[in-house]
Ligand binder design. Structure first.
Ligand SMILES: [Zn+2]
Length: 114
């Protein structure tokens, strides 16, 4: 599975004078200045980086999405953070895609305690 090596994303800004919409790239934010088509020069906060979050559920072959989601919910219910619960369950589900919710939870906790 490929991951992008580069991206071109435009950011929309609303001119503080005329309310008009202006689009600039991340690179263009570095100058801190955004000249609107009305002539007003707006000050923008430079963007350092954009974080990409991959959708693991669509990218990986997980046969039992429902069990995975239920297992994540159970772990969250006992106090694990969402991101931690997802990492724990997906790690197990990737190697054993046919596990039931119960087994996913047990295995995930077992791995966490190791
Ligand atoms: Zn303007």
């Amino acid at each position: 599975m490929l991951k992008p090596i580069n991206a071109e994303i435009d950011f929309e800004y609303k001119c503080e004078k005329c309310g008009g919409s202006n689009w600039i790239t991340k690179q263009e934010t570095i100058s801190r200045k955004l000249k609107c088509y009305c002539g007003h020069i707006n000050t923008v906060i430079p963007i350092k980086y954009v974080k990409i979050t991959y959708n693991c559920f669509n990218n990986q072959k997980i046969l039992n999405k429902q069990s995975v989601q239920k297992a994540i919910n159970i772990l969250r219910g006992v106090g694990y953070l969402k991101s931690t619960a997802e990492t724990m369950v997906l790690k197990i589900a990737q190697t054993n895609s046919s596990l039931t919710t119960d087994k996913l939870v047990k295995q995930a906790i077992k791995e966490e305690v190791k």
